[in-house]
Write a protein that binds this ligand. Structure first.
Ligand code: ZN
Length: 337
């Protein structure tokens, strides 16, 4: 077991923080992963909140740190671990990817002890979670150019003991607008190695896991942080770590089985007619692109209904850049107890 698991295996209510050493910078500055934990008075399960994978996604860091501060170890059965950032070099640089290798951390798990910087960070973190975490919440946001109401993303691993119903039951505590089932290794709504996502590798290791997307990047959004803290509390109750009954019982979820991007035909200033989260009907347009020659070009109308998972908030757009992230197929599910 790793450093964190060893500490959790100790006896009695306690609270601590520390760092996992990954290496060092040329200047001699340490390359560390920070961690914090609260160990309950009685043994139980371990809820692990991973505040950040991508370096420009902030709300999850604040939410997990705040939630941990409010816990009472003496009243807990089990543990809560917070790893506020898995990508410290990207966080310090205020960008999504690690500037030293340009890899996407969420395509790099379970990582490699002899690899590139991002692969080493992934390995150091994942080695600590394996065999220790009962449930991992991987916190994200959309990128800083987009607005989005909070939503969840999950994957299904064919060999995992954790079922889709288990994961949806956990997600319900966040009351997200949508719960998007992301295809792994299939048609590929996003480029890259989706199987390298932290939540997918957790499922492979028998740990329940999913992602929560908390709005916009490079921002502190108090309503989204509060939503996350309420979700963490419900999950801690659901796992029997914290006393009380979770409020999510009876929450219906809208699950999404197909998503896609709308990209711009021509550059200009994108002025939307709709808001993030809205249902856009077939025949409706997202908005207009104002050209520098005075022209106004409507975005081609939808040919079927879609729900706007995220909408571009930064109007500056070039040909091929993303205007909206759209749910194309969805279903309303009754809650899973
Ligand atoms: Zn992310």
């Amino acid at each position: 077991m790793g450093t964190i698991g060893d500490w959790l295996a100790g006896k009695g209510a306690a609270r601590t923080s520390g760092t996992l050493r990954v290496g060092s910078m040329a200047s001699g500055a340490p390359l560390n992963l920070p961690w914090l934990a609260v160990r309950g008075a009685r043994p139980g399960r371990t809820l692990w909140l991973h505040g950040q994978v991508h370096g420009d996604e902030i709300n999850g860091i604040v939410a997990s740190l705040r939630f941990l501060r409010g816990l009472d170890a003496d009243a807990m059965a089990g543990n809560v671990v917070v790893t506020p950032t898995g990508n410290p070099q990207a966080l310090d640089a205020r960008r999504k990817r690690n500037p030293y290798d340009e890899l996407d951390l969420d395509q790099s798990y379970p990582g490699s002890a002899q690899g590139l910087p991002t692969e080493r960070l992934a390995h150091a973190m994942f080695s600590e979670m394996r065999g220790v975490a009962s449930m991992v919440v991987s916190l994200h946001t959309m990128n800083p150019l987009f607005d989005a109401p909070p939503y969840a993303v999950y994957k299904v691993h064919p060999d995992s003991p954790v079922s889709e119903a288990d994961v949806l039951g956990a997600i319900a505590h966040f009351r997200p607008t949508l719960a998007c089932r992301q295809d792994v290794g299939g048609k590929g709504e996003l480029p890259g190695n989706i199987a390298g996502a932290l939540d997918y590798q957790c499922l492979a290791a028998g740990i329940s896991a999913f992602m929560v997307e908390l709005g916009r990047g490079n921002a502190f959004q108090p309503e989204n942080v509060a939503l996350a803290e309420n979700g963490f509390r419900g999950l801690a109750q659901h796992l029997g770590i914290v006393e009380g009954s979770p409020r999510a019982t009876g929450v219906a979820l809208r699950t999404v089985s197909r998503r896609g991007w709308i990209t711009a035909e021509e550059g200009g200033m994108f002025v939307p007619r709709v808001r993030a989260g809205a249902l856009v009907r077939s025949g409706e347009s997202l908005g207009d692109v104002y050209g520098m020659d005075g022209s106004v070009t409507p975005v081609p109308p939808f040919t079927r209904d879609g729900i706007l998972i995220g909408l571009r908030g930064d109007p500056v757009v070039h040909t091929g850049e993303r205007l909206a992230f759209v749910a194309w197929e969805w279903a309303d599910r009754l809650p899973i107890a």
